[in-house]
Ligand binder design. Structure first.
Ligand code: GDP
Ligand code: MG
Length: 156
């Protein structure tokens, strides 16, 4: 397997994570994995931004409910950096439906819903780029070298 690139992904702790007090649990899992926060903010999402974020699902049966849910309470938006972070975060998040998501994943451990499934994560480099620019200005993303990198990425 070729070495994965150091990359940035866009994660959102959804309204159910904020309402259920699970933001710390979710952020803790990302930190314990060795991933690095590059941006983070609480946002009560305007409808237009929700529709832009989920544009690929426009017209589907669950779309209106998804937008209503996503705008119902604040979310925590995060830019998360690390080697292979886009795929790594999708693995940590688990399958879309919490009832089917594997134990050990965020959705598998913390929820039972298909719609209120706690967290969004970009699913490809193209979506990460699109979603990061939708949610963050360049100045909101902080570039720094974590002192833990020598241990987190030790090749042995
Ligand atoms: P994800 O990438 O795993 O988040 O899943 P998708 O991109 O397929 O869907 C986006 C979001 O729409 C999901 O995280 C759910 O919140 C919601 N969603 C997707 N499929 C369904 C569905 O069949 N029913 C409902 N109620 N919500 C859904
Ligand atoms: Mg998706």
């Amino acid at each position: 397997m070729p070495p994965a690139a150091f990359e940035t992904t866009l994660l959102i702790a959804k309204p159910d994570a904020v309402q259920r007090g699970l933001v710390g649990e979710i952020v803790g899992r990302l930190e314990r994995k060795g991933l690095q926060l590059a941006g983070m903010k609480l946002v009560h999402v305007p409808r237009k931004l929700a529709e832009q974020h989920y544009a690929e699902h426009a017209g589907k049966g669950f779309f209106d409910g998804l937008i209503a849910f996503f705008t119902s309470a604040p979310v925590v938006v995060m830019a998360v950096r690390g080697v292979g972070s886009i795929a790594v975060c999708r693995t940590l998040i688990g399958a879309t439906n919490g009832r089917l998501a594997a134990p050990g994943t965020i959705r598998g451990d913390l929820g039972l819903s298909g719609g209120h499934n706690l967290i969004h994560g970009s699913d490809s480099p193209e979506s990460a780029e699109r979603e990061l620019s939708l949610w963050f200005d360049d100045a909101e993303l902080i570039d720094y070298t974590s002192s833990s990198q020598g241990d987190v990425y030790d090749p042995s």
